[in-house]
Design a protein around this ligand. Structure first.
Ligand code: GLA
Length: 385
């Protein structure tokens, strides 16, 4: 592998005396707490094995030259460009460029670097590939510049890039999870205060699987911003008396005062999901039946009240729950397409994988993928070549 990277650099960027630095950033799976981060609630994600590798080397040319093993489009830009603009032409490159622009706005400046990204994280599949590439780029550049690494700060800057450069009004969950993940643990993050704790995963005898429906979300961004606006509408209605309670902490008893039915349903999901996260914090240390109940209830709430599951994720959940040994399943991430999770008895994992993929194909006509997953550490340096 290392020899290979050396050759790739020689071919793409020429020879150099500088070392190639290798960084890795995982994707994330949100276990529970969906659409809560931008509503002042708490979430429980963790970093996963699938992720993005960045091989990066300084160059003498005051240029950022970026290649990806997955996309043909290469990006070349003077590293002293005054203001980097979002451009459709830059495709995937907008994610690393967006975070670089935010870092520049914070006062950092960078010499030239050659970047080679290599990923096994499916894009647009609800596993936070965009957060991963943003956090990875920021972490590597700051580390190489010998700047102090504050992971929470990197996550906040990556969110700023997503909100202001890419134009998706996401919350902080994804960036925080991929920056702060910890081996063997879920992260419990209060998105209002940014307080967090690590909760060990103890699913005695059961495994968490990622179910990839192999569908991606072309409409996700517009739906995402609409859902966010509906939540804001609900929060404003509930606070008309002068309060400033975030939606996740509002009282279900007051929902009747929200005139719009859609806004009312979004609030119903957000408030009930917050109570499921609180219950999960205790359940995860050994009450497997409660864990399963909360996961299944979360999917139903996302289906009926938040209305972001859609055909593929619903079929995924139905088919998963039909299998011997599967006690829970739900969508994960923004919704509409992408991935979900299942909790399956350890002994049944291998038969689950086969039968799930077969039945999904019978129902939908194309192959799903199933990955085993264990919580991992967040972004880190792997070494030098
Ligand atoms: C996307 C966003 C997150 C979060 C989830 C839904 O992944 O990027 O901020 O809102 O959807 O929980």
């Amino acid at each position: 592998m290392e020899k290979n990277i050396d050759q790739i650099f020689k071919r793409l960027f020429g020879t150099s005396n500088h070392a190639i630095h290798h960084y890795h950033c995982p994707g994330r799976l949100n276990f529970i707490g969906e659409h809560l981060d931008y509503n002042g609630g708490s979430v429980m994600p963790f970093a996963i094995e699938l992720g993005i590798d960045l091989y990066i080397r300084p160059n003498q040319e005051m240029k950022f030259r970026m290649f990806s093993s997955d996309f043909e489009k290469q990006i070349i830009l003077p590293s002293d460009t005054e203001k980097i603009q979002y451009s459709k032409d830059n495709g995937w490159g907008n994610y690393p460029l967006g975070i670089i622009e935010i870092l520049k706005q914070k006062g950092f400046s960078f010499d030239g670097y050659d970047f080679y990204f290599k990923s096994n994280l499916p894009t647009g599949a609800g596993l936070s590939s965009s957060a991963a590439i943003e956090v990875l780029t920021a972490f590597a550049l700051l580390d190489l510049a010998a700047e102090k690494i504050d992971r929470t700060q990197i996550a906040l800057w990556a969110k700023e890039a997503e909100n202001n450069f890419i134009g998706v009004a996401c919350g902080i969950m994804d960036q925080f999870a991929v920056a702060m993940g910890k081996n063997g643990h879920l992260i419990c993050l209060n998105c209002e205060t940014m307080d967090y704790s690590y909760v060990p995963v103890n699913l005695d005898g059961y495994s968490i699987l990622i179910l990839n429906t192999k569908t991606s979300r072309s409409l996700e961004h517009s739906y995402f911003n609409t859902r966010r606006a509906e939540c804001e509408e609900a929060e404003n209605e509930l606070n008309k008396n002068g309060n400033s309670t975030r939606l996740a902490h509002a009282d279900l008893k007051h929902l009747d005062i929200i005139p719009s039915e859609n806004a009312r349903k979004r609030a119903q999901h957000v408030i009930s999901e917050q109570s499921r996260v609180i219950a999960m914090k205790d359940a995860i240390s050994g009450d497997i039946d409660l864990v399963a109940g909360l996961i299944n209830a979360s999917h139903l709430s996302l289906k009926n009240d938040f209305e972001v599951t859609g055909e593929y994720l619903d079929r995924m959940q139905e088919i998963a729950l039909r299998q011997d040994g599967c006690i829970a399943s739900r969508m994960t991430g923004a919704g509409f397409a992408g991935c979900g999770l299942a909790i399956v008895e350890n002994e049944k994992v291998s038969s689950f994988k086969n039968v799930f993929v077969e039945q999904y194909k019978d129902a939908l006509g194309f192959d799903a993928e199933v990955y085993t997953c264990n919580p991992q550490n967040g972004v880190h340096k792997v070494g030098e070549i």
